[in-house]
Design a protein around this ligand. Structure first.
Ligand code: UFG
Length: 336
């Protein structure tokens, strides 16, 4: 089996690649703009399974050459998983052109080339941010789409482009992630800069730095934002399941939420972490309340029954598991 994984060097992409190799011993053709420590680990452990191409997917000519190259090697791609994108919501509000151009053009080029080379199965890494400010909670897949940031808009437009190409024979599954977090063994979040709540919080706990909560005046019970955190183990599992269903032609053209149906406020995550890790640290952990961050919506909690009913997918892990996995990952980095 040959799987093309765009953004396969990134956090979710590398974790998914790892599981695909472990489960199917598949060949994974990774396209990414950059090399990362997670990619290094994959290449080291699975040299025969990984083919890596450093490519800017917005460059149609280069991208086409890659497909041509795979074609001449008779390397038939069974499915594509499309992760590659810029993903920082707040940055996307400052750099509108960068986000819309990159995330939309890369998707458009990918779909056009898939069409040209007759590759028909796609799993797309979409985002709960396409819903915008929730009109009701939990949010199901029929909730109106109202993207608030350029990042969210780029995901919404990408979904529209995918839908257009489905008229040309593409079979797709859009996965709208809520808040992925946690690690899979030696693969974790290595964003630069890191902006996500859980890795920043755990690092603050370990390093004794003051943690900033962005805003406590949101319309939520404690004033801090509420999110639905999905363990990366579960998130990756949902991709494997969807890929199998696509390849077996048991499903096509679907959009699923991926979350755990339960929200935690930022303050609750902070308090839970202190409860679990306070006895492991030798300094006093402190946090402050800072200004709101641009683009943050108050509440995002999934109604994730659709994928459960249609594919039998149910997340196994809880917030505590996520926090522990990130703690172990960060501690291990210090002791290396
Ligand atoms: N937060 C803090 N302090 C920090 C970091 C984050 O208070 O140091 C807060 C944020 O303001 C937000 C919450 O923690 O209220 C979660 O923030 P994250 O950056 O961890 O995640 P986001 O909800 O902003 O975004 C994530 C993904 C997006 C995706 C979105 C959809 O990064 O790609 O979930 O739910 F679109």
């Amino acid at each position: 089996m040959n799987i093309l994984i765009t953004g396969g060097a990134g956090y979710i992409g590398s974790c998914t690649t790892f599981k695909i190799i472990q489960k199917y011993n598949a060949k994974c053709i990774i396209i990414d703009k950059q090399e990362t420590s997670n990619l290094e680990k994959l290449k080291l452990n699975y040299p025969k399974n990984i083919e890596f191409y450093k490519i800017d997917m917005c460059n149609y000519t280069d991208f086409n050459e890659l497909f041509e190259h795979l074609n001449t090697k008779s390397l038939r791609i069974d499915s594509v998983i499309h992760f590659a994108a810029y993903t920082i919501v707040s940055e996307s509000e400052k750099e509108i052109h960068k986000y819309l151009h990159n995330n939309i053009t890369s998707t458009l080029n990918l779909l056009d080339l898939m069409n040209k080379y007759e590759i028909n199965n796609l799993i797309f890494s979409s985002s709960a941010s396409v819903y915008g400010q929730a009109k009701y909670i939990p949010i199901d897949e029929n909730h109106p789409l109202n993207p608030q940031s350029s990042y969210a808009l780029s995901k919404k437009i990408s979904e529209d482009i995918i839908s257009k190409y489905s008229q040309k024979g593409l079979n797709f599954i859009n996965l709208r992630y809520f808040n992925p977090a946690g690690t899979i063994g030696h693969l974790g979040e290595e964003h630069n800069p890191e902006t996500h709540l859980i890795p920043l919080l755990i690092k603050s706990l370990i390093e004794g730095k003051i943690f900033k909560i962005f805003g406590n005046d949101f319309p939520t019970p404690d004033g801090t934002c509420i999110r639905d955190f999905i363990h990366i183990e579960d998130l990756v599992e949902s991709h494997l399941l969807c890929m199998e269903k696509l390849l077996n032609e048991e499903i096509e053209n679907e959009t699923f939420n991926i979350g755990i149906n339960k929200g935690y406020s930022v303050l609750e995550v902070v308090n839970k972490s202190m409860e679990i890790f306070n006895k492991k640290i030798h300094h006093k952990f402190r946090y402050t309340i800072d200004n709101r961050r641009e683009g943050d919506v108050p509440i995002l909690v999934a109604q994730a029954e659709k994928i459960k009913n249609k594919l039998g997918f149910q997340p196994k892990y809880k917030l505590e598991d996520i926090l522990l996995s990130v703690w172990n990952y960060e501690i291990q980095k210090i002791s290396l």
